[in-house]
Design a protein around this ligand. Structure first.
Ligand SMILES: CC(C)(COP(=O)(O)OP(=O)(O)OC[C@H]1O[C@@H](n2cnc3c(N)ncnc32)[C@H](O)[C@@H]1O)[C@@H](O)C(=O)NCCC(=O)NCCS
Ligand SMILES: Nc1ncnc2c1ncn2[C@@H]1O[C@H](COP(=O)(O)OP(=O)(O)OP(=O)(O)O)[C@@H](O)[C@H]1O
Length: 210
């Protein structure tokens, strides 16, 4: 079910910037996929992060300096599971990693924005929009949500996370109340993929009319 919680206005002189967020396992990627099939230019923060932390990623030197060999594979790659274990049990380590990575994500988004024109729609999937206060970069924010048990079962089934790992990430993220405080649109993803697709179509129709 799509709900509009706040009004927003669209600019005449540049592209419309739509931020899409939600907790881990809420379905924000699935929703953005549906929306992007209807139009818009997609930007995916997780994909940028995977590129800059992959081999040879431009964030690796700084991560190595900050966290050392304990988060490195013998083959020379970043050990993502070890880094996740560290940051989701140590808030200071999480803040340090984010201070290295997040500025690089915004640099990449600015490059995409520079290529857009008035009338274009940027669909930016940003997991930590609420947590970082970066909702102010967007004209409107779409929050995808689902009940905790539904998110856990989707994550444990599909993401190869244990329940404890999934809960650690959920506990490190914003609450529903915090998300509601910044959302322009709210998508309740507790139904079928077809229901989610219908919400994406309804939202696209609204965005196309503003
Ligand atoms: C810790 C890392 C190496 C774990 O990699 P992994 O492949 O297991 O997860 P992936 O990157 O696909 O992230 C999956 C989801 O985990 C959650 N998550 C990741 N990082 C964070 C974080 N710092 N705080 C809260 N949740 C997070 C998000 O919901 C994200 O969508 C990686 O997530 C990472 O580099 N995180 C720091 C960057 C960051 O802040 N990402 C959030 C997006 S802006
Ligand atoms: N309405 C739905 N019905 C059934 N499965 C769904 C639905 N929505 C999403 N899923 C599935 O749940 C899992 C999590 O969804 P998705 O990857 O879109 O979430 P996410 O919020 O982007 O998570 P992450 O933070 O890990 O990137 C995926 O396997 C996805 O296919």
């Amino acid at each position: 079910m799509l709900k509009q919680l706040r009004k927003f206005s669209a600019p005449d002189d540049r592209a419309l910037k739509v931020g899409i967020s939600g907790g881990i396992g809420s379905g924000k990627t699935a929703f953005t996929n549906c929306l992007a099939a209807l139009g818009g230019v997609r930007f995916d923060a997780d994909e940028v992060l995977r590129t800059i932390t992959g081999s040879p990623g431009r964030a690796l030197t700084q991560i190595r300096e900050a966290f050392g060999a304990s988060v490195w594979e013998p083959g020379g790659q970043l050990n993502r599971a070890a880094l996740a274990q560290l940051i989701f049990s140590d808030p200071a380590a999480k803040a340090r990693l984010e201070s290295i990575l997040h500025p690089l994500v915004w640099q990449e988004m600015d490059l995409v924005l520079a290529s857009l024109e008035p009338g274009d729609v940027l669909l930016a999937e940003i997991p930590l929009l609420t947590e970082t206060g970066n909702h102010t970069r967007f004209d409107c924010c779409v929050m995808v949500d689902a009940p905790l048990e539904v998110r856990l079962s989707r994550l444990i089934g599909g993401r190869q996370l244990t329940e404890a790992q999934a809960r650690a990430r959920i506990n490190a993220q914003a609450s529903r109340v915090q998300r509601e405080a910044i959302a322009t649109f709210w998508v309740d993803n507790c139904g079928t993929p077809e229901d989610l697709n219908a919400d994406a179509t309804a939202l696209w129709n609204l965005l196309s009319r503003v």
